[in-house]
Design a protein around this ligand. Structure first.
Ligand code: NAD
Ligand code: ZN
Length: 332
């Protein structure tokens, strides 16, 4: 089968033929219907998130179950869509058993498409416990990108940020994750301000009901110390400084973007204002089920464009150049 593989030290994925995977007793084989491209793929290709071994990239996966292991029960109908919970938790450790399966730290666990074979391929092997049924009416490409570009902001904003009715939220960076993040904050009843470098993204955010949008160059026009929650979807030194400037005393900065290896915290200000800095990672299996309901109800409308999977390197370059309009999903 076709697969696009990360090779350590190479800046592009290698497009190769590899054997189709066979399931272990507890696995299923998905025929991939769509796989989303995340900015994290670029961090891997740039060596910022290093991996020593080769693997098939792609951590936003949706497909149909075409084969199952000897110990997998349940019926999988042709045409039914399943999405992959990318953190690929072990299912039996304390984190998994207490609903924090995004934090599973079991030595056996590696992330799908980040360290172990992922979705830029025709078929994907995944433990059956880590797939989620996609409600009817949601397209493969929307289901695929939701596994990260919706799940990550959902976990951060709802679960870790405690955003609710009347929260004042500032979102920095309206790309794949951020554009869903603002919709999630609005659905929770927040009043949202959003900034990005790209005016077109600001217009899209406005169309979703974001109350105030502005270009990052004008961010200094916002009132300092005025937001309950600032979501940093970029994670550069500059955006994290902005987050500290605009979060209220006692407020929360949600750190999601991996733009810099380190971000600076101004100790005196953070201490005086008891700023909460909450890093946030991907999301849980249960949250994935919740967000598909929200998508099915039309409360979150993930923006996706599609392209043939063999164009993966082209679209990674386009993402790097800032020319991807929303989120790209690749179709095998
Ligand atoms: P993306 O490239 O689709 O979007 C990034 C957006 O930020 C773009 O719209 C860009 O114009 C904007 N931007 C860049 N610099 C900016 C600045 N200085 N000020 C304002 N806006 C700016 O990326 P994405 O796929 O949405 O991912 C965003 C980040 O989140 C990446 O670093 C990615 O690795 C990370 N990520 C983290 C997690 C997690 O679990 N924490 C999960 C997935 C992705
Ligand atoms: Zn990702």
């Amino acid at each position: 089968m076709f697969a696009a593989r990360y090779v350590p030290g190479k800046k592009e994925l290698s497009l190769v033929e590899v054997p189709k995977p066979t399931p272990g007793p507890l696995d299923v084989i998905l025929k991939i219907r769509a796989a989303g491209i995340c900015h994290s793929d670029l961090h891997v290709l740039h060596g910022e998130v290093p991996y020593k071994e080769s693997f098939t990239m792609g951590h936003e996966a949706c497909g149909e179950v075409v084969e199952k292991g000897s110990e997998v029960f349940g019926t999988f109908n042709p045409g039914d869509l399943y999405a992959v919970h990318g953190p690929n938790p072990c299912g039996h450790c304390n984190y998994c058993r207490t609903g924090h399966d995004n934090l599973c730290n079991d030595p056996s666990r590696t992330f799908i498409g980040l360290g172990q074979d992922g979705a830029y391929a025709e078929y994907l092997k995944v433990p059956a416990r880590n797939i989620v049924k996609v409600p009817k009416g949601i397209s493969p490409e929307v289901a695929a990108v939701a596994t990260d570009a919706v799940l990550t902001p959902y976990h951060a904003i709802k679960t870790k940020g405690g955003v609710g009715l009347g929260s004042k939220v500032l979102a920095i960076g309206l790309g794949g994750l951020g554009m869903n993040g603002v919709q999630i904050a609005l659905a929770l009843g927040a009043e949202v301000t959003a900034v990005d470098l790209k005016d077109a993204n600001l217009e899209t955010a406005k169309s979703f009901g974001v109350q105030k949008v502005l270009n990052s160059k004008q961010i200094s026009s916002l009132t300092p110390l005025s937001f309950d929650v600032v979501v940093d979807f970029v994670g550069l030194e500059s955006t994290f400084k902005d987050a500290q400037n605009f979060v209220k005393p006692g407020g929360t900065i949600l750190l999601i973007g991996l733009g810099s290896a380190q971000v600076p915290l101004t100790t005196a200000t953070a201490i005086t204002f008891e700023t909460k800095v909450q890093a946030s990672f991907w999301g849980t299996h249960v949250e994935m089920q919740e967000l598909y309901e929200l998508i099915a109800e039309g409360k979150i409308k993930p923006q996706v464009e599609t392209a043939p999977m063999k164009e993966v390197n082209h679209w990674l370059h386009e993402l790097e150049a800032g020319r991807v309009k929303s989120r790209m999903a690749l179709i095998p």
